[in-house]
Design a protein around this ligand. Structure first.
Ligand code: NAD
Ligand code: UFG
Length: 337
């Protein structure tokens, strides 16, 4: 299928391009490189010998989208382009609603103009908010705790109404848990622009000597070792979920949400220990106060994705740590090196 990938130069998008090309899909990327670099696409090309066309542009730019739709005529769109930092979203809400919600609306209008009826959307487990029960299934109430989470939920609602009103339309809402890890080649990985917000890139920077110590945000949660537990998912498994979703969209209509996780949460200390094993380096740490807005535990029930899309995560915790370490140690300055 011809697949337009917005935000395809980003962390999850770049890994997804590899998996799509591996399944003989044709891809075209739209990215404004707000949080990525063009060299990422060169690396994808060199890893796949695949044809990756790309357009530098903003997902809110209707003119750029219309031109792209006319040239490439996608049969499906995977929509990664967006802003994703929870803390920043609290400080810059208008930017987040604009990129994440207006971006989605603009994209839908451009798709409608050419009759493109399939979209796969990057949503997040953050739409659930404080757990009422665990593991979260897709019927769990949605009550996001941040502006970021509300933009994701709002975009989901827009897509659901669009699919309801548009004959033959399919909107696949993938609710990712915590993506970590890197491509087996160690040529693609997560490259946070400045200070890493997330645990794994932070641990990796401590292991490689870029930062002195990890702050553990709270060791008094009601979990086995007192630190926060998350459902970490290897980015290659997550990328493969998008290929499964494209296939699913070919033979299904309507809007459908799918959790994309492993079902096996790990604590901060377990992640640190896995990283010590993988890297052979010490990870100095210090217990710090809890971080605002954090929940004790997140855990996915991903049985729907397995039953309906035939997708299941296969990578282990050690795969996540080893691939992150291979990427970080081989590219200490990320794509800037
Ligand atoms: P990323 O920042 O690495 O990738 C996003 C890409 O979109 C970047 O290449 C960026 O340059 C591009 N982009 C941003 N604004 C744009 C715009 N206005 N027009 C065109 N391109 C634009 O992030 P990621 O981790 O790969 O996440 C991809 C998607 O998945 C995001 O929508 C994010 O909200 C969602 N998501 C991520 C996580 C996570 O923890 N990484 C978890 C849940 C959901
Ligand atoms: N943590 C630390 N120290 C750090 C960073 C994180 O102890 O330096 C802890 C957190 O407190 C949490 C765990 O590690 O217990 C995971 O934190 P991350 O920041 O890696 O991930 P989050 O679960 O907080 O964030 C993820 C996504 C967001 C999404 C959010 C919703 O990255 O996009 O889930 O919960 F909004």
């Amino acid at each position: 299928m011809r697949v337009l990938v917005t935000g395809g130069a980003g962390y999850i998008g770049s890994h997804t391009l590899i998996e799509l090309l591996g399944q003989a899909h044709e891809v075209c990327v739209l990215d404004n490189f707000h949080n990525s670099r063009p060299v990422v696409l060169d690396r994808v090309r060199s890893l796949t010998n695949g044809k990756v066309t790309s357009v530098t542009g903003d997902v809110r730019d209707r003119g750029a989208l219309d031109a792209l739709m006319d040239d490439f005529a996608p049969q499906a769109v995977i929509h990664f382009a967006g802003l994703k930092a929870v803390g920043e979203s609290q400080r810059q809400p208008v930017d987040y609603y604009d990129v994440n919600v207006t971006g989605t609306l603009t994209l839908l209008r451009a798709m409608d103009r050419i009759g493109c009826r399939r979209i796969i959307f990057s949503s997040s487990a953050t739409v659930y908010g404080e757990p009422v029960y665990l593991p979260y299934d897709e019927a769990h109430p949605t009550a996001p705790l941040s502006v970021y989470g509300r933009t994701k939920l709002m975009a989901e609602e827009v897509l659901t109404d669009w699919a309801r009103a548009t004959p033959e339309a399919t909107a696949v809402l993938l609710r990712y848990f915590n993506p970590v890890g890197a491509h087996a080649s160690a040529r693609l990985g997560e490259d946070p622009a400045d200070y890493p917000n997330n645990l794994m890139p932070f641990i990796a920077q401590v292991a490689v000597g870029k930062r002195d110590e990890l702050q553990v945000f709270g060791d008094d949660y009601p979990t086995d070792d007192g630190t926060g537990e998350r459902d970490y998912i290897h980015v290659v498994d997550l990328a493969r979920a998008h290929v499964a979703a494209v296939d699913w969209a070919e033979s299904n209509t309507g809007a459908r949400a799918f959790n994309i996780g492993t079902g096996q949460p790990y604590s901060v200390y377990q992640m640190v220990e896995a990283f010590r094993r993988a890297s052979g380096h010490p990870i100095p740490l210090r217990v710090a106060p809890r971080r605002d807005g954090d929940v004790a535990r997140m855990q996915a029930d991903s049985r729907r994705a397995e039953a309906e899309m035939g997708w299941r995560a296969t990578h282990t915790l050690d795969d996540m740590a080893a691939s992150t370490w291979a990427w970080q140690s081989g590219n200490p300055d990320g794509y800037g090196g």
